[in-house]
Design a binder for this molecule. Structure first.
Ligand code: ZN
Length: 95
């Protein structure tokens, strides 16, 4: 069986994740459900969809210190674990 990418299997959720991430970046909203409720009402509950979450976490993260949302390329601790929670470069520098 040929490998199919997530985008091919679930294009609606992948596209939604990109759009939600774009609206969240630079804000300190509590989570994607806030943005989905506000702008994507027809997709209510999508924040629990595994395809959505996978794509969303690949694009964006919430800094555990300042609690703002950043593009993953700003993540000073991209390999998530308990000792190195996701953190933006600014907060990492002030650590
Ligand atoms: Zn931060």
């Amino acid at each position: 069986m040929a490998f199919t990418s997530l985008a091919e299997r679930d294009p609606i959720m992948v596209d939604l994740a990109k759009q939600v991430a774009a609206k969240l970046t630079g804000t300190c909203e509590s989570g994607p459900e806030v943005i989905i409720d506000r702008y994507f009402e027809a997709q209510a509950g999508a924040e629990d969809n595994p395809s959505f979450l996978h794509e969303f976490d690949r694009i964006i993260f919430c800094c555990t210190v300042c609690e703002y949302w950043f593009d993953q390329n700003q993540n000073a601790n991209p390999g998530y674990d308990h000792d190195n929670p996701w953190m933006c470069r600014e907060c990492k520098r002030d650590e």
